[in-house]
Ligand binder design. Sequence first.
Ligand SMILES: C[C@@H]1O[C@H](OP(=O)(O)OP(=O)(O)OC[C@H]2O[C@@H](n3ccc(=O)[nH]c3=O)[C@H](O)[C@@H]2O)[C@H](O)[C@H](O)[C@H]1O
Length: 447
Amino acid sequence: MSDMMESNKREKSVSIVMLPYLAHGHVSPFYELAKRLSNKGFHIYFCSTPICLEPIRNINHFDQDHMNIQLIDLQFPSSFHQELPPHYHSTKNLPPHLHNTLLAAFDASKPAFSDILKTLRPELVIYDVFQPWAAEAARELNIEAVLFTVMVQSQKWKPGVPKVTESNKELMDQLFKNSVNGMTTLQRLFQCVTSSSGHMVLIKSTTEIQAKFGKPADVFGDIVPVGCLLQKPQDHAGDEKIMDWLNKKEASSVVFVSFGSEIFLSQEEIEEMAHGLELSNVDFIWVVRFHGEHNNVKKTIHEALPQGFLDRIQIQGKGLIVDWAPQAKILAHTSSGGFVSHCGWSSTVEAMMYGVPIIAIPLKHDQPLNAKLAVDMGVAIEVPARGEKKITRHEVAKAIKTVVVEEQGKEVRRRAKELSENWKKKEDEEFHVAVEKLLQLVQQSKN
Ligand SMILES: C[C@@H]1O[C@H](OP(=O)(O)OP(=O)(O)OC[C@H]2O[C@@H](n3ccc(=O)[nH]c3=O)[C@H](O)[C@@H]2O)[C@H](O)[C@H](O)[C@H]1O
């Protein structure tokens, strides 16, 4: 039997339960990893709350080529439903004051998760950085469990007293001060790392990015990049209006603006972004995440945007304002010439993989560090926007014109294209290494 047949035969018998954290920026890469593992012959049980699985259920009937992925609903204890109704069982539209309640409810779902494992009896669990109890539940049933982190910066976070600067204060507070059930965010991460079988940690990264990080924090063991897990651009109802508009634009002439699935700009930031886009005179697609409960933003998007802005851009055909967009499809499109991004990790690697230069406007969490990495790799310029600096229309306009139009942005445009070409060549071989390591781990546990 050939090696591949042998390897596929081994994988046929391996089933995996995957449990991402309850954020779109985590569920999306986990699902991309699930699809790649299912293509290698693994059987995947993809487990999350019903609201987190909803976008996948919506596309799954299109995804016929991933039939060996089963979606498994994880329910929170009913005691949480009063404070946290089912549509809040995800960070996507969660009011900030409920974030810790969500984490506490997730912690309390360990018994339900153990029951799922007892029923499915997988060979392996792949879990995320905020739920060390998932590895415990697996261990209690003699099931191997491996951590997969989608946050590449997590490999640098160290215990001990952090060096707090203005730009990372929010992240340091989040990591070292925010505590739920007696564990800070960082303690959760470290418990997840030390609980991972074979001290192996899968990471949404490439060997080229890992080379930028040098030595990881001591607590990390064998860090195994699984590639950028680029979403295959999916067709969603309603995309055609956006793509038809984009198809009419010249090559590399449009800037795409998106701050991910969790961030809601303040009223002032929305105004500065809008004026900055108009001043840049570059055509744009802007994803304005809108939730009246956030950041004292006025109730409707018309009220939040500057007077007459929507009319002007519609009359001139300069831009589209949407509340969600097919980001991967837009970045892959030849008309896209720049990406104003908060530098959430998935957005950062998507821009790199599609060769679109980034106007980095990091706002919180690990985004400032992701932005610095993209600048270091020569594919981004940064517009300082939080802490001592606020988003200003002139800085936004200047950065967009530089990256998309002007001669001085020529190098960042060239480098973005070059990096994209290099990565496409190496992705498969890196993933094969990760699969072999997972198979060895499962094999050893069987012996
Ligand atoms: C890991 C963690 O993910 C979090 O998620 P967040 O959604 O903010 O950002 P991304 O990671 O870019 O993930 C966002 C994902 O949503 C997709 N998208 C977004 C907007 C839209 O209109 N349409 C889309 O398809 C996008 O393509 C990407 O895949 C935080 O950033 C955090 O900093 C990061 O470390």
